[in-house]
Ligand binder design. Structure first.
Ligand code: NI
Length: 203
């Protein structure tokens, strides 16, 4: 779909149990809310069962012990997902050894088109360690719900299979226990993301 009709949902107040969605579109001033003070437990994340880009069945347990940067999207996304993944990949590389402690993850909200094979080709073009995840529609619905990710199929004659998908495009930093730490947006600059990640990662 065209950038002009792209929807980014920025979620705020995640840490205090509130959930605020702000619709941003080009032309409007972007209001991207940062999580408020760490009170209580984050509502983002949880158990899942999906298939990775090599065809292997994985769960949230496979990501334990390491930090991860998680973006939901789809491989046919024309601009928001690619730019988000580029920034993620560049930030991890910039961080060097610290970046190596973070697993970049791309979770598809388009299981119909994003087969493991399609994902394998896609993730390799961004970062050597980027993990692509997909699953059945029910599995994708469940993980999106756990991460408070909104997505909706929208008719688009110009796109393959005649549809595109509006979706939340936040990048979540999850810790080694799978708990939410912070989030970024695809418009977060490379330097800003690298700097903040360096501060957020212990050691
Ligand atoms: Ni996208």
């Amino acid at each position: 779909m065209k950038r002009s009709s792209y929807v980014i949902l920025a979620l705020g107040g995640l840490l205090i149990g509130g959930l605020t969605a702000v619709l941003t579109k080009p032309g409007m001033q972007q209001k991207l809310l940062e999580p408020q003070a760490s009170v209580g437990k984050a509502l983002v994340g949880g158990p899942f069962s999906l298939v990775d880009h090599t065809g292997k069945r994985v769960t949230e347990q496979d990501f334990r012990g390491r930090y991860s940067l998680v973006l939901f999207g789809f491989t046919y996304c024309p601009d928001v997902c690619p730019s988000g993944l580029q920034v993620m990949a560049a930030a991890l590389d910039k961080l060097g050894a610290k970046g190596d402690r973070i697993t970049p993850v791309f979770i598809s909200v388009d299981p119909e088109r994003d087969t493991p094979a399609q994902l394998a080709q896609y993730v390799a073009s961004f970062h050597r360690r980027l993990v692509g995840l997909t699953g059945t529609q029910a599995e994708v619905d469940a993980v999106a719900k756990a991460y408070r990710v909104y997505f909706k199929k929208v008719r688009d004659e110009k796109s393959s299979a005649n549809y595109t998908i509006d979706h939340t495009a936040l990048i979540y930093l999850m810790d080694q226990n799978g708990s939410y730490v912070a989030h970024f947006t695809p418009t977060t600059g490379l330097d800003a993301m690298a700097e903040r990640l360096a501060k957020l990662l212990p050691g």
